[in-house]
Design a protein around this ligand. Sequence first.
Ligand code: BES
Ligand code: MN
Ligand code: ZN
Length: 499
Amino acid sequence: MEYTVKSGSPEKQRIGCVVVGVFASRKLSPSAALLDEASGGYISNLVRRGELEGDLGQTLLLHNVENTLCDRVLLIGCGREKDVDTRNFRKINSIMATTLEAGGTTEAASYLTEIQVKKHDITWKIRQSIEAIDEAMYHFKLLKSDKKPPRRPLRKFIFSVSGRGQLMDGEVAVRNGMCVSSGIKLAKDLGNMPGNICTPSYLAQQALDLDKQNPKVTTTVLEEKDMENLGMGALLSVARGSRQPAKLITIEYRAGDKDQHPIVLVGKGVTFDSGGISLKPGAAMDEMKFDMCGAASVLGTLTTCAELQLPVNVIGIIPTVENMPDGLASKPGDIVTSMSGQTIEILNTDAEGRLILCDALSYAEKFDPDVVIDIATLTGACVVALGAHPAGLLGNHKPLINDLLNAGEISGDRCWELPLWDDYQEQLNSNFADMANIGGKGAGTITAACFLSRFTKKYHWAHLDIAGVAWLSGTAKGSTGRPVSLLTQYIFDRVAEMQ
Ligand code: BES
Ligand code: MN
Ligand code: ZN
């Protein structure tokens, strides 16, 4: 999609469609009022007759509105003017995009940017609009034999800004929005790719491609032999049951000062999680192809950073394996030694995410990080606790936690803190090793984070459990690209504070 910004009144736009808002109950937005005036009260008449109440999500498409230069006018119900928040603003934009595409409009100008959204400026509104529109237009067709796009795809979008003074800000916002969106799209595509194609080697190839396309990106891939030499017994134990070799991918994006400590992102890359010998039940097991969505969000976020050439140092680390049952696979009761030297009793081979993450987190120390954030579809318990709305957030450094909570509020890609109290640590006690890999009954998301906390003592660390937010189930089954929006917002904020 091509996005641009422009100032000027709606009746003067020579374009396929002009989009304006109507609030509940029947209150015209400023641009709707301008069109109404130009057309001699046509719109207010329709609204008075009850054609459109202005409830959130209502639409009305008008043709040949008098004294306007556009082919059509799309009215969108925005709900009560005071109630437009992040969620509603995205919803309005998403409905706009689907309605336009269904109607065969190829070019449109949106005046929804004039709507007041609590505390947010035009830059924010443009970025949110782009994310919402691209989200609504996303279809994963790579593996369908019919890959044809719609006959008349929506391809050009203009955001209205009020006056020339906002043009520059608007253009910056468009660039940011498009690059965030392209990171989200990559994360979605990788997530949606099936496990027989998206293997650890496939993810490694993606990271190498990113290196090829960007001079500031350097990718290295450690093979199993290298990991053995580093003593990564926990990570390697998960890969033992698979024909697919494990990889440890490092993607270094360095565009900040040389002496600036990097932000390190560690993404869980289990390309298929069968559970291993502690085999998962069959229902919905296909969804365990999404168990690499943490890795996908790291690749997506680095793509955004590189496309925008952000002046910052960000390093992505992706431990990636396939978790399968096999004669060589780990068995319940097996004990492995992690890179840190701590020993782990594997009581459940389905708690594999923490086993690959712990070695990747020890490996992260060598980058002398400013902060480390790991992103993982780690526990079903997180879905029980928080559902599909926020990611779970835990960590050992309050300022980092607050930064992430904030970035979540701004981006609309939210997270929610759970307590990482020492009280929970004893649930990991093992009679035979330094710790067990499961915490037994109760607080599964927290005990998983407690496990990770034993490997992150040397730096500021936060953990995002994205089990509930990384993909949707049911008829809309598919990867969401979360939390790329949250992570890029966090990095934008860090860049702003460094300037
Ligand atoms: N990848 C799963 C977590 C998961 C399960 C995410 C369902 C989304 C939906 C993870 O590897 C796992 O299997 N975790 C176990 C841990 C348990 C054995 C302590 C779980 O949550 O059941
Ligand atoms: Mn598992
Ligand atoms: Zn898993």
